[in-house]
Write a protein that binds this ligand. Structure first.
Ligand SMILES: Cc1cc2nc3c(=O)[nH]c(=O)nc-3n(C[C@H](O)[C@H](O)[C@H](O)COP(=O)(O)OP(=O)(O)OC[C@H]3O[C@@H](n4cnc5c(N)ncnc54)[C@H](O)[C@@H]3O)c2cc1C
Length: 390
């Protein structure tokens, strides 16, 4: 959607296909980090964006055993983006669509599921898609596959994929809460158990992490024992945990970590999770995907608006983005292998690992995780042109 906005803004006739009829889905956290807030500021959209319902997180805490440790402090950034905005994805996407629609070159087709690529002699020239029950085609100078971590278009392209592996999956559920002045978003690390709690004002969005493939094992124990375990690990949920009445209230989200070795073919560019599925660790995937869209528009939208061929420029998008993607996926893999997997296998008491103890002792160090999560090693700036009136 962000790529759609940016290419249309540059004066390139752009069509976005979205397979769902609306955005009312809840399959991930909604951490809009400082990098994305700054991009909205560069687009002149930040004030309007922040009129949408959201919660601000200025620091991230971890509950380790019985100790709260502050791990990331965003407050030293520019006051316009010195926080992470927790905004549900339907609000976020509705906002981007509303802004994109102000550009005459933007066209969104909902209920439109891309089913295959069209191409002759190695060049991709379009996509086939199903709109309601009808088969349709669209031809274009460039197809951008941004269809997520189960991307059909990526599979069809035959581009080689490296699977880095994710040893965890997540149960995702809500528990009511009383709104508090301070946002209480936190990670929880207990023997054999890890949870993440996103404070969305009047409810907690909870992620219960477990070893991949063990969903059935957890369910077999029954919803009552599950509730008791959650309340024990996260005491702040104890009062309202009964709201999780049955397994129907608990969704299984599968986690993936992989990366395409090459993101393009003539006429095709793959970005976002389709090019590099991100784990939920650090809550950065949305922001990385948005930066891919910005980098793609920076490199391609101007030449396309002038009618130039861009196949030769496509490799530059991956080249530009690889440092960011590799570094963040490397951190996620390290956290999976060194912290999460050993902790899920622990049954006795444990000490917080050294990096957490250092963060506890030296507050200034909390700026480092904030900079890494908030911006990453190579954040993007909007450099694509604006064409015509919006
Ligand atoms: C449990 C979990 C929690 C997470 N929490 C966070 C978090 O807190 N913060 C964060 O930044 N990241 C988080 N992530 C990662 C984040 O979800 C992804 O990195 C991010 O959504 C990638 O964005 P994307 O636009 O590439 O793909 P997606 O967000 O997956 O969007 C793909 C879009 O394409 C549509 N689509 C799919 N197939 C087709 C098709 N064939 N035709 C047409 N449309 C199609 C889908 O409906 C969807 O709208 C989490 C991931 C998981 C698994």
């Amino acid at each position: 959607m962000m790529a759609g906005l940016l290419f249309a803004r540059a004066g390139v006739r752009t069509t976005v296909l979205e397979k769902h009829g609306d955005f009312l889905r809840d399959f991930r956290g909604d951490t809009v980090h400082p990098s994305t807030l700054r991009l909205f500021s560069e687009l002149g959209l930040l004030d309007r964006f922040l009129e949408r319902p959201h919660n601000k997180v200025h620091d991230i805490r971890a509950l380790v055993g019985s100790r709260f440790i502050e791990v990331a402090d965003f407050s030293h950034f520019d006051p316009r983006w010195n926080f992470t905005a927790l905004m549900p994805q339907w609000e976020f996407l509705d906002f981007v669509v509303d802004e994109a629609r102000t550009y005459p070159h933007f066209n969104l087709i909902m209920n439109a599921e891309a089913t295959s690529l069209i191409g002759d002699g190695g060049r991709i020239e379009g996509v086939r898609y199903q709109h309601v029950a009808e088969d349709r085609t669209i031809r274009a100078r460039l197809i951008i596959a941004a269809d997520g971590r189960r991307s059909i278009l990526r599979d069809q392209s035959g581009l080689p994929l490296t699977v880095l592996g994710a040893p965890i999956d997540v149960f995702w559920f809500r528990v009511p809460k009383q709104p508090t002045a301070r946002n209480e978003t936190a990670g929880i690390f207990a023997p054999g158990r890890i949870m993440a709690l996103l404070d969305r004002g009047d409810y907690w969005q909870c992620a219960y992490v477990f070893a991949k493939g063990e969903a059935e094992k957890v369910r077999e124990r029954g919803i009552g024992p599950f509730r008791r375990e959650v309340a024990q690990v996260a005491p702040m949920l104890a009062g309202e945990i009964e709201a999780v009445a049955s397994w129907d209230d608990v969704r299984l989200l599968t986690v993936a970590l992989d990366r395409l070795d090459c993101w393009h073919k003539p006429g095709l560019l793959v970005i976002g999770d389709a090019a590099h599925a991100m784990s939920p660790i650090g809550g950065v995937g949305i922001n990385v995907a948005i930066q891919d869209a910005v980098a793609a528009a920076n490199l391609l939208a101007g030449p396309m608006a002038h009618g130039e061929a861009v196949d030769a420029l496509l490799p530059k998008v991956r080249k530009r983005r690889l440092l960011q993607v590799r570094t963040i996926q490397g951190f996620q893999k390290l956290a999976q292998d060194r912290i999460i997997t050993p902790l899920l296998a622990t049954s006795g008491p444990f000490e917080p690992p050294l990096p957490l103890r250092l963060l506890e002792r030296y507050p200034i160090l909390r700026r480092l995780p904030a900079a890494f999560l908030g911006f990453g090693p190579r954040p993007e700036h909007v450099r694509s042109p604006v064409s015509g009136a919006s």
